[in-house]
Design a binder for this molecule. Structure first.
Ligand code: DC
Length: 237
């Protein structure tokens, strides 16, 4: 497709499969995929590695003062074609998914200065388009002018079961009830925080994938993208 490169924003609840979906769309369109959650996770890892959490309490002031020292990049792994996150030149793709980071990331992502810093980086990374970015505030704050906005959702029970199975696969411990509690807690934090809470943009399309396979989701979005690109072509003619 030779049309103007689009900006596709995907927001939604945690464990909805946003990144899997965003990756698949990016692969289909030969676009780049940016997982904005990975950036909040990378800043959290930086805070942990630099001792900014003392007795479980984050030194917000110091983190803000160190933000200019945090460089986050995405590089493609030539072996599997996957995009991986680098923090100050080091591959941290695995480390940012640890339970420790998951438990602390909400605290970091509610700091205004952190968000402003990362939103600037997200816009820089996206360049002139040809990007699929997923997160919580992409369609509302980062790219309010995005060409296509999707708001993903699935029932808490379905999301908890998906995460629980993932955990079992990795050999992690925990019960389904604990995971369900954690999913509900994260929903509450994401939707009620003061700055950039998770909410559906007025012009976003809702995708409830509780009972959908990734292939079905792809059929749905391909149709939307084709229509969008056709509209663009007509507008240019
Ligand atoms: O999508 P995720 O679970 O990897 O995101 C990690 C955390 O970052 C999550 O607590 C929400 C936060 N986040 C955010 O506040 N804004 C974004 N655009 C993306 C993620």
């Amino acid at each position: 497709m030779k049309n103007k490169p689009l900006i596709i924003a995907i927001d939604g609840y945690s464990s909805c499969g946003k990144s899997t979906f965003a990756k698949a769309i990016a692969r289909w369109l030969h676009y780049i995929h940016i997982d904005s959650g990975a950036m909040y996770r990378a800043v959290t890892l930086f805070a942990l590695e630099n001792g900014l959490f003392r007795n479980d309490k984050l030194d917000t002031k110091q983190l803000i003062s160190l933000l200019p020292q945090i460089s986050i990049e995405f590089r493609k792994n030539p072996d599997n074609g996957e995009t991986e996150t680098y923090l100050n030149g080091k591959n941290v793709e695995k480390d940012i998914r640890s339970i420790e980071v998951s438990n602390k990331v909400s605290e970091v992502s509610r700091i205004r200065e952190v968000r402003e810093y990362l939103v600037r980086l997200q816009r820089l990374h996206a360049g002139k388009g040809g990007v699929v970015m997923d997160g919580r505030d992409i369609g509302t704050v980062v790219f309010p002018q995005a060409d296509i906005k999707i708001f993903m959702t699935a029932s808490p029970e379905v999301r908890a079961m998906r995460r629980y199975k993932e955990m079992l696969g990795k050999g992690d411990h925990g019960t389904y009830e604990e995971v369900l509690e954690n999913v509900k807690k994260r929903d509450r934090i994401d939707t009620t925080r003061k700055i950039s809470p998770l909410r559906k943009a007025d012009d976003a399309l809702v995708l409830d994938n509780s009972d959908m396979t990734v292939a079905e989701q792809m059929e749905w979005i391909k149709d939307i993208i084709r229509k969008k690109l056709n509209e663009e072509e007509k507008d240019e003619a």
